[in-house]
Design a protein around this ligand. Sequence first.
Ligand SMILES: [Zn+2]
Ligand SMILES: [Zn+2]
Length: 350
Amino acid sequence: MRRLPVFFVIDCSESMVGQPLQAVQEGVDFIMNSLRTDPYALETVYVSVIAYAGIVRTLVPLTELFAYQACELPLGGGTHLGKALDHLAKEIERSVIKTTADVKGDWKPVVYLFTDGRPTDDYEGAISRWKAKYENKVTLVAIGLGQDVDFSILKRLTEHCISVDQIDQDYVKNLCKWISASVVSQSISVGQHQDRQDLLPLDERYMHLAKERLTFRKSKADDRTVTIVGRCQKLHHPYILKYSRRLQYGELSDLNINIYNFKLEACTGISEDYFSWTDHAAEKAKINTSVLDGSAGCPHCYAETAFAMCACGSLMCYDGYSEYAVCPWCQRQISFSVSGGDFDLTRGQG
Ligand SMILES: [Zn+2]
Ligand SMILES: [Zn+2]
C-alpha cells in the first residue's frame, strides 16, 4: 500500500499566546478527528506534526491515522522558519519511502506550513536548500494567519500561499475544514493513481490566495506585536504580556520618533516549557516602556500589577504595598519605589 504522507508544520511562537494558539490547537484536533472518519483517508494518509518557535521539534512522527494520538502544541520565543524547513527536510528524508527500481514508494508528500508572523532566524539558506531539493517533490501549502505575515518570504517557497484574515476560532475552524477536505480529496485521487496538486476552492469569506505585500519592517523582532515575559514573585510561574501596535503611519515609522504605541492585549500565564522552546542565543531587542500602554494584574497570584521591574532588567508581579520583595529571576532582595519614569525592557522575539 502506497502511503500519502501529510506533514503539519506549526508556528508556536509567543505572538500566538492565548486564544490564537488555542484556536490552532482545536483546528489540528478537528482535522485529525474528521480525517479519521473518512475511509479513503484512513486507507492511505499518514500524518506528522512538527512545532517550531525558537526551537523545532517533531511532536508526532509520521503515523498512520488510526494510531495518531492528540498532541499538545507548545509555546516558545521566536519564529525560526529556516530551522523548521531544515528539520522538515530531515523528517522527509527519514520517513518518506522513495520510489526505486524495485519499490513503489510513497505518494508525493503534502506539507501544511502555518505561520502568524515572519521568520526570526536566518532563513535564506534554508529556502534555497528547500527549493533545490523539494520544490518539485513535495506539495507545500503555506498558510499565513492574521495580518502580520510576511508573504514575500512564503511566496518564494511555494505558489500555494493562503492568507487567513484573522486568528480566531471561526476563521481557523474554516481553514481546517478546508485542509481536511483537501487531504480527503488528495487521498481519493491517489486511490485512483493520480498525483493531483490543484487546491480546492477557498471560502473567500475567511481566506484567499495571498498577494505579496510591501513591508517596511527592519528589525528582527516582530514589529506589530511586543511580548514581554515576567515571573510571579510569589509562585515563580512565568507569564507573557502581549501588546499590539495601535497606530500605523507606514513609512513615517522610519523616522526615529515614537509616533506609534502598543496597547496591552493579554496577560497570560504560560508553562515553564516556554523556555525550552525558546532560542536563548537569539539577539535580544529592547523596548522602552513609554510606547507600552495598559497594565494588568498577575495571572498567577492576582497581585495588582504584572509590570514591576528589578534592577536585573526582568519583569515580575508586585502587590502594590510590600516594601521588600525577592526577584524571582535573580533572587536578590529589592525594595520598591514608585517610579514615574520609563525604562527599557528586553522584549520577546515574536
Ligand atoms: Zn504573581
Ligand atoms: Zn532581578
